[in-house]
Design a protein around this ligand. Sequence first.
Ligand SMILES: Nc1ncnc2c1ncn2[C@@H]1O[C@H](COP(=O)(O)OP(=O)(O)OP(=O)(O)O)[C@@H](O)[C@H]1O
Ligand SMILES: [Mg+2]
Length: 204
Amino acid sequence: MIITIVNEKGGVGKTTVAINLSYCIAGKGYRTLLIDADPQGSVLKWKSIADNKTFDVKPYPDPLTNLIRKLAKGYQHTVIDTPPGIGDATWSTLLGANLAIIPITPSPFDIWASNDIIQLVRKAKEHNKNLIGALVISKKIAGTLVGRDIRNTLAELKMGIFNTEIAHRMAYVNAAGAGLSVVEYAPNSKAAKEMKSLCDEIVR
Ligand SMILES: Nc1ncnc2c1ncn2[C@@H]1O[C@H](COP(=O)(O)OP(=O)(O)OP(=O)(O)O)[C@@H](O)[C@H]1O
Ligand SMILES: [Mg+2]
């Protein structure tokens, strides 16, 4: 399966989901690749900190759909971290992927801003019949009204939503800084549990 993580909005947790999801998929014994399609190079930087070898990481300099398939050859699952925006890199990954995960934070601004990426995924489906789009609630802060109502609000977008919700937790930030997945950094944490749960929903 080829999974691309997309959102036009920056800072919603795309890279965090990409790294931790890749770790959990690899943890199930699948040969897993994470492609860093973001010129910011966050995944490559993360990998360099602790030379993390739990899954393979490749850079993605050229936004061509056929290159994704070439890079993904030999891997059972490939995850792609994309830059914020709805540019060529994002579009070409949508044409090559089976699953587009859209992390969305429960903030009014972020929900309003998600319209373009939803439309882009719909447009990509016209060209790529294999593509499924799904939202994942990301960086949810307990106790906020918008957090409580988020599922009803997102239902209006008429796209699947993962049951797993990713909360705002410092373990994600600390794990990233250490060059680790949250499962390595804090194996018994709630963060580790929610990432494994998201992985279980995807890889069945
Ligand atoms: N669930 C979370 N809880 C707390 N902090 C988080 C969580 N997910 C991500 N972060 C932090 O929020 C910031 C943005 O996250 P991340 O880099 O994963 O987002 P992104 O969508 O990839 O951003 P960009 O669009 O710039 O690539 C980072 O500092 C990251 O450590
Ligand atoms: Mg990122």
